[in-house]
Structure formats: C-alpha cells, structure tokens
Design a protein around this ligand. Structure first.
Ligand code: PMP
Length: 405
C-alpha cells in the first residue's frame, strides 16, 4: 500500500515554510521530528482550557488536567503494549530515562559485575553507564561493530558472561541508522540473567514497538522524535523490576509517608516521578501517539525504505561521497562525507539551499573515532519526506561539492 504523503504533509504547518526564499527541505528528523497540527492543538487547548496541576487540586480544572494527563499515559501504554499503565514513567526524554535506571538500579551494581553496551551508543547510553560503572566498580564492556556499522553478534556472545548484570543497546543507531536485532540480543542477555535496557530514541518512530514481545526490562524514548513535544519522554519498565530498586530523585508526589527524619515511597508510577511533571508535554505526547498509531505502519515503513533506497542509490553514484553505515537493516539515515570537505561546511551550503541536515559527531564521539572520522553530514528521513526532497538534497550536494572540493 502506498502512503498519501501530500495529505500527511498538509498536517505539518512548518513544512510549508521557506528558508531564504527556498522551500524548506527538512532532513534532520533523527534530531527531532516536526509536529502535526493535532499535537500543537492539544498543547494549546490544555493551556487555554484546562491548565492546573495534576493529582493535587480539589477543583474542576485539576481533575480535568489529571484526566487528560493520565489518559496520555494510557495511550502510550497501549501503543507500546505495556502490561500495565503504571509501567509508563514520564521523564524529560530518553536521557533522563536512562539516567533514572543507571542511578537507581545502578546502585545495585557491585565490583566484579559487568555492564555491556555497544560501539553504536549515543552518549546518553554510553556516558551514563560509564559513570555508573565508575561509581560501583563494575566493568564496562563494549560490543564492536563491523565496518558497515552492523553489530558483531559473535562478539556480543563472547562478552556475555554470568557476571553481566546490565545489557544496554540502541534499537536504532542515530549516527548510522543501523537497526539492531533487539529481540535476539534481549533473549541472549536474559539467558545469563542480565537486565536489558533498549535505547529506543531512534526506534520508536519507525513502526510499532511491542515491549512485551521484545522481552526487555526497559525501553526508553523521547516524545520529540515521535512527532510530540520536547521535554517529555518515557521510561517503560517491567513492573516487577521498577518496584524493586532504590529511588534516585525524591520530592513531592513520589512519597507515601514523611516525617522529619524518615520517608517511605509511594506506588508506581509516582514513585519514580518526583515533582510537578511536564503536564502539557505528556498531553502533547499522548496526542502524538494517538495521531501516529492511526497511520498505516506497513505503508510508513515502505515509504521510508523507498526514500532510503533512492537516496542510497544516488549516494553510491555520487563521486567523492563516502557513506558511513551501510548495514543491510537500516532506517532512513544517510551519514556521509564529501572528499576534501568539512561536514560543517557542507551543512552550511545545504542550509543556503533550504536543506536542513545535521553535521558533527552525532553525539557519538567514540563511534566517530572508531571510523577514524571527526563526524559526518547526516540526512535523516521521516514519513513526510518525498523523493523530490531527496533530489533537492543531491542537487544541493552537487553545489556544495563544486564550492568545496
Ligand atoms: N539515544 C539516541 C539513540 C538518540 O538518538 C538520542 C537523541 N539524539 C538520545 C538517546 C537522547 O535523546 P534526548 O536528547 O531526547 O534525551
């Protein structure tokens, strides 16, 4: 089935913008996605009609705000097939979600334990575990990738031992687009009794995610990469695991009973949500999920793959272009270098043509070092991009090449 991309685009007001008189070609979707009108409306409506704090007030507005806020949690829980809605913990994003696990559950790590991550990590899922290991004396093991950016599963097997307590890996690499076999990796890690955390920041917007089917303990993602607002994200955790670890952040709402010298903790999800939450953000993310889950996932997948194939074909035919990340299973991410040109300069020239891409280390400095490069230029596609926009990217790249090479 094909996707009505024009109808989809019409729901995103920002896509009608021009930059320096040129139509905006937004190819920085791995950094953040644009927001459909349904999400913008939900946020405006919350502040216009129902703004109040949640779970506190004995008044109509607070009840209505709480209802919308908790409905959003139910929507997210359904979308990822959580076993219970209390398993959905609101966070400020993927980064905070991973930090909650590494600073909470991470307190149970001991010297002699092992933690495993991959060479593909975004800094959020690397530095956080690196520091948890420093604090606890656990050892951090890094699973290598092949030159095409695919994870070396044999090395994963070799590094996995009965001392491995936590295995954390990305669903999809932000820098290269590699899709990892997360179900297989989870199965292997579970076989040695390790906890499994999937960094879903780049995986969540490419079709359905079923956390029960994956079998992991934690799945973390950000609302802003799923057509929702910034400043809101989700830590999904298996209830039995979430209930059973030391809390990290303390304050209002997460407690049960407090005296001047003692406190006991409340039930999930509040136990892990100290302080006034990002209410409008949660409602916006709920609206994004409701909007997204009504789309045809198979058609979205086919469209994204068509964009990726078309772009890859052009990249391979483009003299002087080096692709970084050519794994067989990828989402629509094209990381590349132009011979003799700094990625930052390429990005600058593309911007003059209205084409928005990311340049730099992609928050994955060790991975860039692994490939012997300072960074890349990265075009990342979403469901509303078109083949014509891929043409615009390559037309702009030809100009960049002429000016820089
Ligand atoms: N992990 C990956 C794979 C990412 O791509 C990102 C965002 N670029 C993050 C984690 C961090 O997400 P956030 O900045 O929204 O917390």
């Amino acid at each position: 089935m094909s996707l009505d991309v024009a109808a989809l685009r019409a729901q995103f007001p920002i896509l009608a913008k021009t930059v320096d008189g040129k139509p905006l070609v937004y190819l920085d979707n791995a950094a953040t996605t644009q927001k459909p009108q349904a999400v913008i409306d939900a946020i405006v409506d919350f502040y216009t009609n129902t703004n109040a704090n949640v779970h506190r007030g004995a008044h109509h507005l607070s009840d209505e705000a709480t209802r919308r806020y908790e409905n959003a949690r139910t929507s997210v829980a359904g979308f990822i097939n959580a076993n219970a809605r209390e398993e959905v913990i609101w966070t400020s994003g993927t980064t905070e979600a991973i930090n909650i696990v590494a600073n909470g559950l991470g307190q149970l790590l001991r010297e002699g334990d092992q933690v495993m991550v991959t060479e593909l990590e975004h800094h959020a899922n690397l530095v956080t575990w690196q520091q948890a290991c420093r604090r606890s004396g656990a050892t951090l093991n890094i699973v290598p990738v092949f030159d095409n950016g695919e994870l070396d599963i044999d090395a994963f097997d070799r590094l996995l031992t009965p001392s491995t307590k936590m295995v954390a890996f990305p669903h999809v690499s932000n820098a290269l687009g590699t899709v990892n076999p997360i179900k297989l990796l989870t199965e292997k890690a579970k076989a040695v009794g390790a906890w499994v955390l999937v960094d879903g920041a780049q995986g969540i917007a490419h079709g359905g995610v079923d956390v029960q089917d994956i079998g992991c303990d934690f799945y973390a993602f950000s609302g802003h990469k799923l057509f929702g607002p910034t400043g809101i994200g989700v830590l999904w955790g298996r209830k039995s695991v979430l209930e059973d670890w030391p809390v990290w952040q303390t304050g209002g709402e997460m407690i049960k009973d407090v005296s001047y010298h003692e406190a006991t903790w409340g039930e999930l999800p509040n136990r892990l949500e100290a302080g006034t939450p990002n209410i409008a953000g949660a409602i916006g993310l709920g609206a994004a999920v409701d909007w997204f889950k009504n789309l045809d996932m198979a058609a979205l997948h086919n469209h994204e793959q068509a964009l990726l194939s078309y772009a890859t074909e052009q990249a391979l035919a483009f003299e002087g272009m080096r692709l970084i990340g050519t794994a067989p299973n990828k989402v629509g991410v094209l990381s590349f270098l132009l011979d003799g040109a700094h990625p930052g300069d390429v990005g600058f020239i593309l911007d003059r043509q209205g084409v928005a891409i990311r340049t730099g280390d992609n928050c994955a400095q060790p991975l860039m070092k692994r490939f012997g490069i300072p960074g890349t230029a990265r075009a990342s596609f979403s469901i509303y991009n078109t083949l014509e926009e891929v043409d615009s990217l390559f037309a702009a790249l030809k100009k960049a090449k002429m000016m820089l090479a």
